[in-house]
Design a binder for this molecule. Sequence first.
Ligand code: GDP
Ligand code: MG
Length: 163
Amino acid sequence: MKPIVAIVGRPNVGKSTFFNRVTRTKDAIVDDFPGVTRDRNYGDVNWEGVEFTLVDTGGFLENDEDDFAHHIRFQISQAIEDADVIVLVLDGKSGVSPFDRDLIEILRTVTKPVFYAVNKIDGLEQEDRLYDFYALGVENLYPVSAEHRYGINDFLDDLICAL
Ligand code: GDP
Ligand code: MG
């Protein structure tokens, strides 16, 4: 079994874009497992010869506030159980939300490695968007742009060291 890296985070932060960017890097095969994990996508990644399975969690029930909160917590608890490494994707464009703070508090209690990817940093000139996130006091904080591939290579180089 390859190590499992799970992507978590609130809707619209760019989880699926991130997943697609990383899994397509090296002709990854993206697989659905209908019925069992309908809301999840699995993709095989080979980065510098290190293989892992990346898991993207889906976006259903996201319109209802209560369902939304419940769903994300469920998503996180599943990831904590199943994954070897967790990636929390944050939105560098919209900034830190109270919900992010909740998730970070939960993730602080996890003994598995956690990586924090601040997405939508579309270039060096947008790195000032990171300051609010630095204030959260977490390690392993990476500016990335899933859309433009900015920062993704550095992120993956460090990620595979945790596998
Ligand atoms: P998810 O709900 O977390 O899976 O988020 P999606 O991957 O569906 O992306 C939500 C929105 O954010 C889409 O409109 C994306 O085009 C946009 N987005 C994702 N990544 C980036 C990025 O790196 N930069 C910018 N500017 N927008 C992004
Ligand atoms: Mg998605």
